[in-house]
Ligand binder design. Structure first.
Ligand code: IMP
Ligand code: MG
Length: 183
């Protein structure tokens, strides 16, 4: 690990704070229309989705329930371990409820597939996913999130909640991490 300064470890910025805010506002409006009378349970997948989740919930102008889960598929590496582990479950009973899973990024799609099956088994009225970012090339369109902030190329990105080894989450923008930081 060769991380130095949060700013200089970034090779380029993909989305600025302003661009993110505009996109999240638009998504919030879309979700408000869809869920206006449904009192959905908005589920934050910690920790990566945290900033996105809070900003998105703040843009929803209808009643929502807020709850948090924590999963791990990565450890401290920049490649998925292929194993999804549930670290913190929901407090809310989602049976018969409309559930919206809020994710930071879809890479291989393993986490999303696992979560949909895991929470789908509790018989919610509906279950949909919102992912802030989507590396579409990594899962060849086999799997689709219902709502997506931005599609991105297959590069390792950090900021706005996304980490490398738990660092960089507090950057206000999405940036590409220099490979020298993790190789
Ligand atoms: P998947 O299960 O392979 O789709 O991986 C999803 C998880 O891997 C995300 O929730 C992130 O925590 C992590 N991840 C995948 N790509 C990146 C990236 O470019 N930057 C930071 N984390 C990532
Ligand atoms: Mg992560």
């Amino acid at each position: 690990m060769n991380i130095t300064n949060p700013q200089t470890d970034i090779s380029r910025i993909l989305f600025t704070e302003k661009q993110i805010a505009a996109r999240v506002e638009a998504l919030g409006m879309e979700l408000t229309e869809e869920y206006r009378d449904k009192k959905p349970v908005m589920v934050c997948v910690l920790k990566g989705a945290s900033f996105f989740y809070i900003d998105l919930c703040r843009q929803m102008q209808c009643h929502i329930d807020m709850d948090f889960i924590s999963v791990s598929s990565y450890g401290a590496a920049s490649k998925s371990s292929g194993v999804v582990r549930l670290i913190k479950d929901l407090d809310t009973d989602i049976t018969g409820r409309h559930v919206v899973l809020v994710e930071d990024i879809i890479d291989s799609g393993l986490t999303l597939t696992y979560l949909r099956e895991f929470f789908g088994a509790r018989k919610p009225a509906s279950i949909r996913t919102v992912s802030f970012l989507d590396k579409t090339a990594r899962h060849a369109g086999e799997l689709k999130t219902d709502y997506c902030g931005f599609e991105i190329p297959d590069e390792f990105v950090v900021g706005y909640g996304l980490d490398y080894a738990n660092y960089y989450r507090n950057l206000p923008y999405i940036g590409v991490l220099k490979p020298s930081c993790y190789e």
